[in-house]
Design a protein around this ligand. Structure first.
Ligand code: AHG
Ligand code: MN
Ligand code: MN
Length: 310
C-alpha cells in the first residue's frame, strides 16, 4: 500500500504547481495527524467543552475549535507556499508570508463542533486558491477557481480525502500515524442510498424546498441519515451515494453553511466525483463570493438527485 508521503514524493516533481500543492497537502495532513493524536490520546477528555467566546457567526466556540485552528496555523507558517489563511475562527484574513507564487488556504478547522462532546464524528475542511494578494475583492476566489480541496474525518478512524487534478483520492491513518492510500479514484455510486438533512428545519424552508424534500422522503430507494457534521454527512454520501441539503431559512432570510470553507471545497470534490452542487440558486462553484464568511444554502450529491431549487 502506498503511503501519503510516498505519493507526495512521487507527484511533487511534475510541475511548480504540483510541488506547491503537495507541500500544502503535506502540511495539512501533519496537522490532521496532530489533532488525531489528541482526540484518541490519553488526555482526550480535556478537549471536551466550550472555550467561552463566540465566533464571527455568533456560535459558541469549543476548545477544540481553537486548538485545531492553532495546530493548522502552526503547520502553515512552516511553508512558503501558503501566504494567507481564511478561517471560520478568525474574523479577518491572516497573512503569513509574501512569496509571489503562493496560495490562500480557507479552512473550517473543526467541522461539527456540536458533536465533539458526545463523541460523534467530526472533521476539518480546506480549500486552496492561488493567492492574487487582492484582499479587498473576493470575486476571483470562486469555487471554480479552486486548485485543490480536501477534508479529514475523525471518526472510528481518521480519513483524508483529497480532490486535485481531476481525481478524488483517499487515505486512512494507520496505527503508526502514517496515512496509507484507501482509494485512488473515488466516483459517486450510480444508485444513491441516502438523503440527508435536518428535517426539524422544515418549517423554515420555502414551499419548493419542502416539496422537493418530500419527493426524496417518498423515494423508495432512499433512506434518511443525518449526523450534523457536514463533512461526515458528505463523506457518507460520497461513498454510498446520496444527497445532503442545508436549505435557506426563509423566515430569517438566512443560510447556515459557509461558502468559502464548507460549501466550495465540498462542491469541488463532488464535481470531480461526478456529482453536483447548488447554492443560492446557482452552481455552488459559480457563485461570486461577497465576503470571506458569507453563508449559503447547499444542495449537494448525486447528479440525478440534486436540483437547483431555492
Ligand atoms: P461548525 O461545527 O463548523 O460550526 O459547522 C456546523 C454546521 C455543519 O457541520 C452541520 O452540517 C450544520 O452546522 C448543522 O446544522 P443544524 O444544526 O441546522 O442541523
Ligand atoms: Mn463547519
Ligand atoms: Mn467549524
Amino acid at each position: 500500500m502506498i503511503s501519503l508521503k510516498d505519493y507526495i514524493n512521487q507527484n511533487s516533481a511534475n510541475s511548480d504547481q504540483d510541488k506547491a500543492i503537495f507541500e500544502i497537502i503535506n502540511k495539512i495532513s501533519d496537522g490532521v495527524i496532530q489533532i488525531s493524536k489528541l482526540l484518541y490520546g490519553i488526555n482526550s477528555l480535556d478537549l471536551f467543552g466550550k472555550y467561552g467566546g463566540e465566533n464571527i457567526h455568533g456560535e459558541e466556540v469549543e476548545k477544540l475549535d481553537l486548538l485545531a485552528n492553532d495546530i493548522f496555523l502552526e503547520n502553515f507558517i512552516q511553508t512558503e507556499y501558503i501566504s494567507a489563511v481564511v478561517c471560520e475562527e478568525l474574523d479577518d484574513i491572516k497573512q503569513i508570508h509574501g512569496h509571489d507564487d503562493s496560495y490562500l488556504v480557507m479552512m473550517d478547522p473543526l467541522d461539527g463542533s456540536s458533536n465533539v462532546d458526545v463523541s460523534v464524528s467530526i472533521g476539518s475542511i480546506f480549500g486552496v486558491w492561488e493567492n492574487n494578494f487582492d484582499y479587498s475583492d473576493f470575486k476571483s476566489y470562486k469555487g471554480s477557481n479552486l486548485k485543490m480541496s480536501m477534508y479529514a474525518i475523525y471518526g472510528p478512524n481518521t480519513i483524508l480525502v483529497i480532490g486535485y487534478d481531476s481525481k478524488v483520492i483517499s487515505f486512512i491513518l494507520d496505527s503508526e500515524s502514517k496515512f496509507v492510500m484507501l482509494d485512488q479514484n473515488i466516483k459517486l455510486p450510480l444508485n444513491p442510498k441516502y438523503y440527508s438533512t435536518n428535517l426539524s428545519n422544515n418549517k423554515n424552508w420555502s414551499k419548493d424546498i419542502q416539496e422537493y424534500v418530500d419527493t426524496l422522503r417518498i423515494n423508495e430507494s432512499l433512506t434518511q441519515r443525518y449526523v450534523g457534521s457536514l463533512v461526515v454527512d458528505f463523506h457518507r454520501n460520497l461513498l454510498k451515494g446520496g444527497i445532503h441539503l442545508n436549505p435557506k431559512n426563509v423566515r430569517m432570510n438566512k443560510s447556515k453553511l459557509r461558502l468559502m470553507y464548507e460549501a466550495n471545497p465540498l462542491a469541488y470534490i463532488i464535481n470531480i466525483a461526478g456529482g453536483k452542487s447548488f447554492s443560492e440558486g446557482v452552481d455552488t462553484l459559480e457563485l461570486e463570493p461577497e465576503g470571506i464568511h458569507q453563508t449559503v444554502s447547499l444542495i449537494i450529491g448525486n447528479a440525478n438527485l440534486t436540483k437547483n431549487i431555492e
